[in-house]
Design a protein around this ligand. Structure first.
Ligand SMILES: [Cu+2]
Length: 289
């Protein structure tokens, strides 16, 4: 009897190890399924490729949590399997009447607390890095509207213009432009520069989000929120409004083009003639008086 049970547990033990290995391999393979940079991919499982320091940190934290979650899940699964196999009515006809075990109770209180502390340290570090904005090279203000984003480049930083970015309807898409993600006007920023983004809204609550940058900030009417990013790679990055804001919530994409410093300077010159000036004439009127 004893030997038969022993053989059974070895078999279960082997299946278990195989399952655990498969799960761990699956988790380890997740980064391989990461989407292309700056946009989602069909069948994407993992997050979009990170291109800012915050996004890298965010991904590291995510991977760390994934291992902790996997270990906890496998541990709980192991306990369940042991209970089912060893303590079912047939295998264990006279159950133990134990109701307390001080050592175990202390352990299962302290161990989760320690796990939470281990999680809290990188979590608070990340939060701090997101919220404390380093000295910015450039500031952009964005205002959420139902249902498009408006951008303003302040005059004291070589800007002095503002423009709206509307989604390009499917029938008007040019080759290479992404459905639901392409905008008629893109935000353009220089590569490797710290960009401070001021976020607000003109009507309801929206949320300015760019997955590849690890960036998401609520746009709240009457309040000016701030966030920042430093894109390390040139390219076109797509995001969307991420706060359910109404009927056309899904149709207010965000496109940020990260370009070289020279290309940015050229774009600024062009943008100043193309877009509306933020100077509403009040200063000139005041001067005239
Ligand atoms: Cu919105």
């Amino acid at each position: 009897m004893g030997s038969r049970r022993g053989a059974g547990s070895t078999l279960i033990g082997r299946g278990w190890v195989a399952t655990a290995c498969a799960l761990v391999a699956g988790v380890a393979a997740l980064p391989a399924l990461a989407a292309g940079t700056g946009k989602p991919e069909p069948w994407q499982i993992a997050m979009q490729e990170p291109v800012t320091p915050i996004a890298h940190e965010l991904h590291g934290f995510h991977t760390e949590l994934m291992w902790i979650i996997t270990a906890i899940t496998l541990f709980v699964l192991a306990l369940l399997v042991i209970c089912v196999v060893r303590f079912n009515e047939k295998a264990n006809p006279t159950p133990s009447k134990t109701s307390h075990n001080t050592a175990i109770e202390i352990a299962w209180t302290i161990v989760p607390v320690l796990i939470l502390v281990v999680i809290a340290i990188p979590s608070f570090r990340l939060l701090r890095n997101q919220l404390i904005i380093p000295k910015a090279d450039l500031t952009i203000k964005t205002t959420g509207h139902a249902w498009y984003w408006e951008y303003e480049y302040p005059a004291d930083q070589g800007g002095g213009f503002k423009f709206d970015a509307n989604m390009i309807e499917e029938k008007d898409l040019k080759p290479g432009q992404l459905r639901l993600l392409a905008t008629d006007n893109d935000v353009v920023v220089p590569v490797n520069k710290i960009v401070r983004v001021q976020v607000t809204s003109a009507d309801v609550i929206h949320s300015f989000a760019m997955p590849s940058f690890g960036l998401k900030m609520d746009a709240v009417p009457g309040r000016l929120n701030e966030t920042w990013f430093k894109a390390e790679r040139e390219g076109t990055y797509h995001g969307q409004c991420s706060e359910l804001c109404g009927q056309r919530h899904a149709f207010m994409p965000i496109t940020i083009r990260v370009v070289s410093e020279q290309a940015y300077a050229a774009w600024l010159t062009e943008a100043k003639t193309k877009f509306a000036s933020t100077d509403d004439g009040s200063r000139r009127l005041a001067d005239a008086r």
